[in-house]
Ligand binder design. Structure first.
Ligand SMILES: Nc1nc2c(c(=O)[nH]1)N[C@H]1C(S)=C(S)[C@@H](COP(=O)(O)O)O[C@H]1N2
Ligand SMILES: [Mo]
Length: 378
């Protein structure tokens, strides 16, 4: 009975089976898209994305936090539970790391049928320099009990998803949580976190899709069983149907994006390019792997040419600013009058290459299809 009443608490959007990619967008998808901005692709010109151009993904509301009263609680199965103020955390050893973050749902609205959620095209990515204290030191001082198997991170933001009232929570295995690069970050690009990015403190999990980098941290607990909360067991899964548990979504897959060349048509974003030599530039990333190569096609994917890495136009530029940050690439194109579909795809250090047509999954996760850009040369 309760279950049935619960099921009627909210309107449903769609029948849960997804839509054709060409179907109109629901107002609810647009509502989410307006709250959760993407990075304009021309911002690929910056090795560090200006904070105001970094993508955003916020499931519920941005919580109100009084940093003077806020404390991070470290507890659960630890020898020395402790509460830390923001000042305590800033007194600890600090580390700054550039990290390319991508939302696991990036590319969702390109899938056919289109899974219903935040309707990202390709813009759910950004690279910021995060400053904070290594998580490992805090966990070591807390003393994780031998029977703990995971570390659970809880945000201050609360909402309803899948009819479940919840705080935003995700867990990591102890092996993952104690890796060198895991940060508790209080600064983004040299300034205090902005409210929408997790003020006053967030987790940064380099190499993983963004959902793991829990914002607005309230507490960190060592736990005895794998956490099976909503954001672990119901969503962020590679599943084929609504009830298929599938596999968990974890590390970022290899991807390259280009700054669309030339100038855009306002409505369609089709590019207008002048004939002659054109340098096509962009960035590529591969989560915990490295980018091994980038290829460009100017004929809709029939033939591919190698792009140059760590070059922009003719100018050598800095390579990746950290092992977890994207890498610049560049390709010289002799553009002749006509209509073109440009594509770009990257390969990672394990030989994984981006697909030209995307395998589908129910939640629209981990899409890394090769980008296509329509260009008119005249
Ligand atoms: N507490 C909390 N943390 C969160 C989220 C959230 O909704 N609540 N969204 C996650 C998701 S899905 C992503 S992709 C990243 C986005 O981080 P950004 O908005 O700073 O780019 O934050 C993650 N951390
Ligand atoms: Mo995300």
């Amino acid at each position: 009975m309760t279950r049935q009443r619960d099921a009627q608490r909210f309107r449903t959007v769609g029948d849960g089976s997804g839509l054709a990619a060409s179907d109109s967008f629901y107002p609810e998808e647009i509502q989410l898209a307006l709250r959760n901005r993407g990075m304009p692709l021309e911002a690929l010109r910056y090795s560090l994305t200006p904070t105001g151009m970094h993508f955003l993904l916020i499931h519920f509301d941005i919580p109100e936090v009084d940093a003077g009263k806020w404390q991070l609680k470290i507890g659960g199965l630890v020898a020395n539970p402790v509460n830390l103020t923001l000042e305590d955390i800033k007194q600890r050893p600090s580390q700054t790391l550039a990290v390319t973050m991508e939302c696991a749902g990036n590319g969702r609205a390109l899938m056919n049928p289109r899974p219903l959620s935040q309707p990202w095209l390709l813009e759910a990515v950004g690279t910021a320099e995060w400053t904070g204290t290594p998580l490992r030191g805090i966990l070591e001082e807390a003393g994780i009990a031998p029977n703990a198997v995971e570390i659970l991170f809880t945000g201050l933001d609360q909402g309803v998803q899948g009819n479940e009232v919840q705080y935003y929570q995700r867990s990591l295995s102890i092996d993952e949580a104690t890796r060198d690069e895991m940060l508790l970050a209080y600064e983004m690009n040299g300034e205090a976190l902005q409210p929408q990015h997790g003020y006053p403190l967030r987790l940064i999990v380099p190499g993983w899709y963004g959902m793991t980098s829990v914002k607005w941290l309230d507490r960190i607990e060592a736990i005895a069983k794998p956490f099976d909360g909503y954001q672990m067991s119901a969503t962020y899964r590679f599943s084929q149907t609504k009830n298929d548990p599938g596999e968990p979504v974890t590390l970022i897959r290899v991807r390259a994006l280009m700054s669309p060349p030339g100038i855009p048509d306002f409505m369609t974003r089709t590019r207008l390019v002048e004939p002659g030599p054109v340098s096509i530039t962009g960035r590529a990333w591969a989560g915990r792997q490295q980018v091994a190569g980038v290829e460009v096609s100017t004929d809709g994917g029939s033939t591919w040419d190698q792009a140059s890495l760590d070059v922009r136009g003719d100018e050598p530029v800095d390579g990746p600013v950290s092992p977890f940050a994207w890498r610049p690439w560049s390709f010289q194109w002799d553009a002749r009058p006509g209509r073109y579909i440009l594509l770009v795809r990257a390969t990672d250090s394990q030989g994984n290459v981006q697909p030209v047509s995307q395998p589908w999954n129910f939640q629209g996760m981990g899409n890394n299809i090769a980008q296509r850009v329509e260009v008119l040369v005249e």
